[in-house]
Ligand binder design. Sequence first.
Ligand code: ADP
Length: 553
Amino acid sequence: MARKQETKTTTKKKTPAKRTTKKAVAEVKAPEVTVEEPKAEAVEEVKEEPKAEAVKEEVVEEPKYEAPPTSRRSVAFIGSECYPFVKTGGLGDVMYALPKALVKQNCDVKVIIPRYKCIPWKYQEKMVYRGSFQMNLCEDGRSFYVGIMEYVWDGVVYDFIDNEEFFSDGNPYTNLIDDIPKYCYFAKAALAALNYMNWVPDIIHCHDWQAALVPVYLRTLFENTKLTSAKTILTIHNLRFQGIYNIPTIRYWSGLPDYVFNKDALKVSYNDANMLKGGLTYANVITTVSHTYAGEIQTGYYGETLDAHLRYHSGKLRGILNGIDYDIWNTATDTRLYENYDLTNVLEKKRENKRRLQEELGLVQDDHKFVIGLISRLTNQKGLDLINAILPQIIDGNTQVVVLGTGDDIYENSFRYYENAYKGNVCSNIMYDETRAHRIYAGADAFLVPSQFEPCGLTQLIAMHYGTIPIVRETGGLKDTVEPYNVFYNSGNGFTFDRYESGLLLDAINRAKTLYFTDRWRWDEMLQRDMNKDFSWDSSAKQYKDLYLELTW
Ligand code: ADP
């Protein structure tokens, strides 16, 4: 009920709320966050009373909404990667873009991530030492150094947990033997750092298994600290990764009490512990990154063995779609593109981008070829078996395929093989390259995402925003964001198929080609429709904000 009231007030008062947001953001300097409760009552009273008597006489009276709703909330984001410091996939994008969007929603946000050695020096040198202490970690009381390095950017405070013993690899993730101790340490150190800085957030928002022990620590070893007033949210970005290892190892490194290693919390199978499962049990709310994926993970096929556990906790599980950062992904200002464009000149400029892309990648330069892009981690999640099975049928003399990605040898090698077999029409870029990614999004005509499962998927959103038509499998966020093209109504945003079968993917690609080659104006209309769609973070950030309010009212 309380949440309803809050929602009502904010929707009615859209404009003034914006005005006050700015003011409030400028004032957040003190580390202590105080929730200004009395204002809520004031707003309610002002609303109720004058209406009855004075309304008729003084209709002219200006709305009395000058006081902001008491909707400022403080949030600590805890996760293992964050663009532009370190990113291996969509999690890094979200950890950067969502806090930024939440600042606009009147939130006070701190992002806590490890200070990996691989973070570029240009960021490391700007970090400011905020303090350090020793922290007990293991079962036998072994203690470790925790340093806090701070960096403030775009209204968001980034606190890096510093420890050379754990974070000195070139890559954030190496192998579970090293990663399990690393993220036990990180989860505990993140909470200890909040305590040390005396910053008690309203919400602690954790991401994926690497931060999943945070809610567990909070309700056990941190029970008697001031942090316990915080509510916890655990967001699943990809259920496949859970942090599973044998119980003795996780118990030793985490130093967590025995009772959390039971079937309802961390324990799975005979002698294993699952860090994500523990987090799901102890978090106040679980979210995942699309509505469809929230449903899918409660089934045996997509549930990655946690479906029953998720069904049990379904009352606190919900899906909130990701967005994309419009400052980074903006065709009109993107400095990585050969030619910038917007809705007014997209058709002409996209052709130019395609021409230059073909030139840079050594493809046959021909405006009339249908260029299909694929940017992805090369793992079996991404539906690459389907592509491999039909690639010879895709390359028909009128079509080119551009791949960008790294991952499993089997896929890297098969794409290398195809590049060799279809020289001039297939280009496999086995690398991680931001600039090339931007150019492919802009230069391709269509974009493939035939994933086996896809929690949300950012690449299809970016592609659409860049006027590139997605061809996707109807799963997870792909299903929620790509409306299938309807030839009768000339509506929709892309081409889709349902079952995980290569024949169906080929059919979807052929439907796309048919439209492209025989009905170009409809194709062009669709790409303009896609560019016009709103994939910004605004509405998702608003949903997260509502959730924070609901939890802390
Ligand atoms: P996932 O998180 O499962 O890897 P998403 O679609 O959520 O997939 O996010 C992938 C992000 O990583 C996108 O921003 C995409 O552009 C980027 N990306 C993936 N592979 C590469 C690559 N090889 N080079 C540059 N960017 C890449």
